[in-house]
Design a protein around this ligand. Structure first.
Ligand code: TXA
Ligand code: MG
Length: 343
């Protein structure tokens, strides 16, 4: 397939809208990560997304809207808590799961009775939706790899697989949207992102955080969000997380001699580390870490490293999203350095 490269000017967005209306798939920029979009109400078009990504058909997609009024035909219920979240956080990096209406094709909801809805703030995405239709769009990476946050990442994964790619610059947030389900009595955070658990609680009160956010699923345990059960965000290199204080971390890292390894570290760490460093921002700047994380994981592969060591990040605010992605990239492989002998 020949992939058309488009800009974010009006004429090119118009061309992308025509492709969507004809049942094609287009990689689009959003404020979180790039998405691979199709007309959400066209099951055949949506099927092409799964094929292009190599995505299992039992993993449902998010439907993107560009105006709140579009939600009423997509869901059966729009409860007060959803309204509050929509008023406060849309457009923005929040996805809300609600009981679905009959017009949602099975391909989108993967046979569930619910649908995930998001109103992105990226202007290009909004214009395209307005000109075409609500768009079903997962992240535009090959299934399993880190989500694309730059045009080049999308090109690397989707050239030859998507009908077109729209250039919208680098993604601001850098990790996928926060996913919350309101299709149950007590709302639950299924995936942390740019809108934090703290912000959600201050808006609607009690929410649970799904176990799968911070832990591997146990044998036979069912994922509330099917995406949680798959290995995710992994570069080709093996990722190993190190949990410890500065001295313990530096001591361990500087003792490594037998691996072709790089270190994902905070900018403050760099002068203390002898291995090659890929910085992901300052220690307490979780937003910067979210912004840089996926690019850093891809960079480790581009630079040809076999192993990537990373610090176990904090879990507050947007830090929880960074933690959630990095433990999956590491396949939950965490070495605790606490109390280990210091160098
Ligand atoms: O920021 C984002 O959300 C990006 C951009 C493109 O908008 N999209 C994205 O989509 O990350 P995707 O498909 O990579 O992740 C969607 C997640 C998956 O973990 C999926 O299992 C979950 O949301 N999900 C979708 N619909 C669901 C539903 N009805 N119930 C439970 N989980 C659902
Ligand atoms: Mg994804």
């Amino acid at each position: 397939m020949n992939t058309l490269m488009l800009s974010s000017d009006n004429e090119d967005i118009g061309k992308a809208a025509e492709i969507i209306k004809r049942g094609g798939i287009v990689a689009i920029p959003t404020e979180t990560v790039y998405g691979l979009a199709a007309d959400a109400l066209n099951g055949d078009a949506v099927r092409k997304i799964f094929k292009a990504k190599g995505r299992p058909m039992d993993n449902p997609l998010i439907v993107h809207i560009s105006d709140i009024s579009q939600i009423y035909s997509l869901v059966r219920e729009f409860p007060r808590k959803a309204e509050i979240l929509a008023e406060k956080f849309w457009p923005g990096p929040l996805t809300i799961i609600l009981p679905k209406s009959d017009i949602i094709p099975d391909e989108v909801s993967a046979g569930l009775d619910t649908v995930a809805i998001r109103f992105p703030s990226h202007k290009t995405a909004q214009k395209l939706i307005t000109l075409s239709s609500p768009l079903a769009a997962p992240s535009a990476n090959l299934s399993g790899s880190p989500s694309p946050t730059t045009l080049r990442h999308v090109y690397d994964d989707m050239n030859g697989r998507a009908d077109a790619i729209i250039d919208g610059g680098d993604c601001e947030v850098g990790v996928e949207s926060t996913v919350i389900t309101l299709a149950q009595d007590i709302p639950a955070l299924l995936r942390p992102g740019g809108i934090t658990a703290e912000q959600l609680r201050s808006a609607i009160g009690e929410i649970k955080v799904a176990n799968a956010v911070t832990q591997p699923l146990g044998d036979g345990e069912r994922a509330a969000s099917p995406g949680m059960k798959y290995k995710h965000y992994s570069p080709k290199a093996e990722v190993i997380l190190l949990d410890g204080e500065n001295d313990e971390f530096y001591g361990y890292i500087n003792g490594i001699k037998d691996r072709n390894a790089a270190v994902l570290c905070y900018t403050e760490d760099m002068e203390n580390i002898e291995l090659p460093c890929i910085p992901i921002g300052k220690k307490y700047d979780y937003s910067e870490q979210a912004h840089l994380l996926f690019a850093a994981l891809r960079k480790a592969d581009e630079m040809g490293f076999d192993t990537v060591y990373a610090r176990c990040p904090g879990k507050k605010g947007v830090g929880l999203a960074v933690y959630n992605r990095i433990i999956r990239a590491a396949g939950f492989n965490i070495i605790s350095l606490k109390g280990a002998e210091k160098k």
